[in-house]
Design a protein around this ligand. Structure first.
Ligand code: ADP
Length: 194
């Protein structure tokens, strides 16, 4: 069951099963959800975009844990996720996932993008974390078309929430107005609102 409601700030909000799914424009490093998600690359060594912002805001403790993870299990394949501390940020954890690089859409990109969201949610649930913030995975340096990526992101989260009750809150924290508008439109489409 998906119900539309409005919150105080007029950000789009939906209730799915027992969870709140919302969209806002902002900086994910400032979120207070139990965990935030990083759109990392396979090296887990930091980079540009949201990855750089998270490592800058969190400080060196995050990279230290990433280095340990890579030394134990190697590079993180696209579509998978791992969890670390969040250093100096308010959130307690960072879930690092790797979205697909867009190569035209015929190299499994849609499945890999859905997997990045699903594996992140699964990892949060396994760690008893009930609230999670996502950036728009793959739509920056990885060039995934925004309209398609936003639909996949929201559909994947909505279907996960329909089947699980441990996660109570999912927030999409979108950096720029173009991305915020695309997710707002996609949420309306998916939930059938005008
Ligand atoms: P990818 O390599 O997966 O495409 P990017 O970091 O290049 O990842 O871009 C993903 C999205 O994250 C883009 O929409 C970008 O504008 C956004 N972004 C950059 N910095 C932040 C931030 N501090 N908080 C939230 N989103 C951010």
């Amino acid at each position: 069951m998906i119900m539309g409601v409005k919150d105080m700030g007029n950000n789009p909000v939906k209730i799915i099963n027992q969870a709140k799914l919302s969209i806002l424009q902002g900086d994910i490093t400032r979120q207070t959800t139990d965990t935030i998600v990083n759109a990392a690359n396979s090296s887990l060594m930091g980079g540009g975009g949201v990855d750089g912002a998270i490592h800058r805001a969190g400080g060196p403790a995050i990279l230290e844990e990433c280095i340990q993870i890579v030394s134990l299990q190697g590079r993180l394949p696209s579509g998978q996720a791992v969890i670390t501390n969040a250093g100096n940020m308010k959130s307690k954890h960072v879930i690092h996932t790797v979205g697909p690089i867009w190569h035209g859409g015929k190299q499994g990109e849609a499945d890999l993008l859905a997997s990045a969201y699903r594996e992140s949610l699964q990892l949060a649930a396994e760690n008893n974390l009930s609230s999670i913030s996502f950036p728009s995975i793959s739509t920056g340096a990885y060039s995934y078309p925004l309209d398609e990526a936003s639909r996949i992101a929201l559909k994947t989260v909505a279907s996960f929430l329909s089947a699980t009750t441990s996660i109570k809150e999912v927030v999409f924290v979108l950096f720029d107005s173009r991305t915020f508008d695309a997710y707002t439109t996609a949420l309306r489409e998916i939930t059938g609102d005008k």
